[in-house]
Design a protein around this ligand. Structure first.
Ligand code: TRP
Length: 342
């Protein structure tokens, strides 16, 4: 009997500077996940086309930057499939098919669509259809590989629910075509908040850069940003974890816990009686150490573009092989004619 591991799919958009939030929430876990799952790590470049800003960065560069971060986080191309979404055109093909099984009203209900639509400062006329259809492409990414688990932050959970609903709908009509995926959410650190406004998520699209620690930030920026991070005015000051009463301190605790791999309970014992300013120094030190290691590895991979392209090429071939099985199956069920090359 061959024992197979559950399948895990994860993706990040190559849409700009990755943040400490991306790292802590998702990418930090990728390396160890390879031991327990058959992993697919995808650079979601087609998703990034929904918010393309002309001439700021070329997408080409961002894709290779993102791939380098994947490798720097310990993703091993011999253990996992690491690939770029647009290289596996089965994604676009399934995307269209799933569009035919998705409801306009369920897409309109997506929180991310609602917030992007309001925050983009755009008139209704210029909102792109892709922004609405975005989660269907996510569903295609996931369902194409018979994925069991998708590690996501809280903000993407709704998209996974939608994916499950679309999959169930297709399965109900055509038999068991898709595995129903589950989201995998880590207890702490699945949502790192912004430094000055700890009520909102740390986001790479934040216009206030002081809110966000980027993975390529230098020591000086890390220090300045954490030094200025919002705490609270409880007297006497006390460090404990309570997201509602102490959002700033709780966020810094979660960051510290993630970068040191220490449980918050243990940290709290070590931090008993420590002043906020001292606490911040510890956080600065630990974040710097963590990012410095990551950056060294990142620059090492980033300097070799031909290696990166080879990784992407090999990954695409492997991903295509897997995705073709699902696509053929659904072609058959829908009455499309599936040739070998599909
Ligand atoms: N939309 C995700 C993000 O911005 C990236 C993504 C694309 C994704 N396809 C996915 C995440 C499939 C999980 C599963 O973070």
């Amino acid at each position: 009997m061959i024992l197979t591991k559950p399948i895990l799919f994860s993706a990040v958009q190559p849409s700009g500077n990755l943040t400490l939030g991306n790292y802590i929430g998702t990418m930090r876990h990728w390396s160890s996940m390879q031991n327990n799952y058959d992993c697919l790590y995808c650079v979601a470049d087609l998703h990034a086309l929904t918010n393309i800003k002309k001439n700021i960065f070329s997408l080409n560069k961002l894709i290779l930057d993102t791939l380098s971060f994947y490798l720097a986080c310990g993703v091993d191309p011999n253990k996992s499939i690491i690939f770029v979404q647009s290289h596996v055109y089965q994604h676009s093909q399934l995307n269209w098919i799933l569009n035919c099984f998705s409801e306009f009203s369920e897409l309109l209900r997506m929180t991310q669509f609602k917030t992007k639509r309001c925050s983009n400062n755009t008139s209704v006329k210029s909102i792109k259809a892709a922004l609405l259809n975005y989660p269907i492409l996510m569903a295609a990414d996931i369902l194409l590989y018979q994925t069991n688990f998708v590690p996501v932050g809280e903000d993407q959970k709704q998209h996974i629910e939608l994916t499950r609903n679309i999959a169930r709908r297709v399965n109900y009509l055509y038999g068991n075509i898709f595995t129903i995926p589950e989201s995998l959410i880590t207890q702490y650190g699945s949502k790192i908040m912004s430094l000055l406004e700890p009520e909102k998520k740390m986001s790479k699209s934040d216009i206030n850069h002081k809110n966000v620690i980027y993975l390529l930030d230098d020591m000086y920026s890390i220090m300045l940003k954490i030094k200025n991070a919002v705490t609270d005015s409880e007297i006497p000051s006390k460090i404990y974890h309570d997201i509602n009463k102490k959002p700033g301190i709780s966020n810094l605790l979660e960051i510290l816990s993630a970068v040191t791999n220490k449980d918050i309970k243990i940290l709290l014992k070590e931090l008993e009686g420590v002043m906020y300013s001292e606490f911040k120094k510890i956080v600065i030190d630990c974040v710097y150490k963590c990012l410095n290691n990551l950056q060294k590895s990142y620059y090492n991979y980033r300097s070799d573009e031909s290696y990166l392209k080879k990784i992407a090429y090999d990954g695409a071939i492997k991903a295509q092989l897997k995705s073709k099985k699902t696509l053929k199956n659904i072609y058959d069920k829908l009455g499309l004619i599936a040739f070998e090359y599909i």
